[in-house]
Design a protein around this ligand. Sequence first.
Ligand SMILES: Cc1cc2nc3c(=O)[nH]c(=O)nc-3n(C[C@H](O)[C@H](O)[C@H](O)COP(=O)(O)OP(=O)(O)OC[C@H]3O[C@@H](n4cnc5c(N)ncnc54)[C@H](O)[C@@H]3O)c2cc1C
Length: 494
Amino acid sequence: MSNLSVWDPIAVGHCQQLAVALPGRVATPGTPPYDAFSKHFWSLQESTISPPCVLEPRSSSDVSSMIDALTKTGHECPFAVKGGGHSPYGGYANIHNGVVISMAGLNTMEISDDHSVVKIGSGLTWLPVYEFLDQIGGLAVAGGENGDVGVGGLLVGGGISILGPRVGWSCDNVVNFEVVLSSGQIINANQTHHSDLWKSLKGGTNNFGVVTRYDLATVPQKGGIWAGSLEFSTRSYSDIFRAFVQIADSSEYDPYAFFSLELRFQNTSWSVETVLSYSREVDTVSPPIFQPFLDLDSRANFSSKNTNFTTVANRGSQSPSNQIALSTGTYKINMDLLDFIFSSTDAMVRELSELHNNKLFWQVTFQPLPAAWNNQTRAKGGNSLGTDRIEGNSFVMLVTAMWPDNSLSAVTQSALETMQQIIDYYANSRHLKRDLVYLNYAGEAQSPLLSYGKENVKVLAQTAKKYDPDGVFQRLVPGGFKLSKGRHNLENII
Ligand SMILES: Cc1cc2nc3c(=O)[nH]c(=O)nc-3n(C[C@H](O)[C@H](O)[C@H](O)COP(=O)(O)OP(=O)(O)OC[C@H]3O[C@@H](n4cnc5c(N)ncnc54)[C@H](O)[C@@H]3O)c2cc1C
């Protein structure tokens, strides 16, 4: 059966009409722009979905015309909104029974006269943003660590950046969102205009409209940054976790430092690496804060001394080749918990890997969330994440599972969910669990929006009703973490 016969005739009709109304903005299967669209995803679940066409706006007024057409009474058509395509779950930024608005053509960048704000088209990935700012010099922004990740999804989901300890969540630094609403109206949401929408978009993802431009506060950056990694040869995981705790739970956390501790299972064994960054020039071999890691047996790669953001974020992009699933939790920093996470995961992953003929990739990442990070939020106008309630230091755990064989997806997903439940149960019973389920790292079965707390969810639901009274972004945009889907049903919350 050809795709044509399984596509929704309404979607096909919209593709044809929009090709006439907006020439050059509609990509159809078998053409180079459509092929490029399909390749720019991270997971197979997303890249293997083939809509009848992809809409490629080049301006916010194009987006407005497209939304007008897709929401006409009697001719409503489901659609997806795609930024950088890094969300792994099928249908989050792609759709089969509908059309995709791919933001890639909204790719302008502009710096304000005083260099305090950079205006970023929402179709960009982070690498060109870093290149643009590095060329100007002396400026940085709180974007993704990997330059291939989209600006679009990261900023409406929160945003963990190597500048986080200095400037908070990436979304805290958005001073203005240009948004197309379901009515087709183009508005600006900031501290003085539509401030409820401004706050809700900081964590509320695609529940309110399509963001066409992010105006992001820049961060003055004197000199270069330091980046490196250590691959541990010690097999004493407790020693590594003790070093993590010593650094991440320090009452005097150095805000220039950020790092990830990555426990990676591949083939038949674990390896442990820490990826380190320091957003200031150093004249020592490594910043002193990382000494507890350096005291352990390891192989160091410190080649990126006093470099720039472009170099650090330039990791290259890869075509999607795996099924991918994620899971996350946020916890107080505690040695026993880290030990428990590893020991409870180890046996399960080994067994699962055998089932996958050793083709399973499994990574557990710990990232610090020092107190200073969450203290930034209130001063910058607030966000929806609810993390301003967190006191003290925390860490975020991200588990990433990748595998090529789709027939093993259900068992792998189920193992991941069970592992998360066990870790959460352990953490809860010892009062180590924080509420936040970070949306950009969340598993499909998790409820990141609910983790923001009842009051914040209520505000999100009210904002959605105010700016999207017909519920277009709930009914017609099914992909992503929705206020009205599954356990997030806003009718139950208001
Ligand atoms: C390799 C890798 C590295 C990562 N590194 C980091 C990191 O350093 N820090 C971090 O916090 N996260 C990181 N992430 C997670 C990342 O933030 C999320 O995957 C994020 O959703 C990616 O955004 P995107 O635009 O690329 O994805 P997409 O899949 O295109 O979009 C994600 C969601 O956002 C919505 N969306 C996208 N653009 C818009 C828009 N303009 N308006 C409204 N809704 C929109 C989409 O509809 C979709 O539901 C990483 C992910 C990967 C795969």
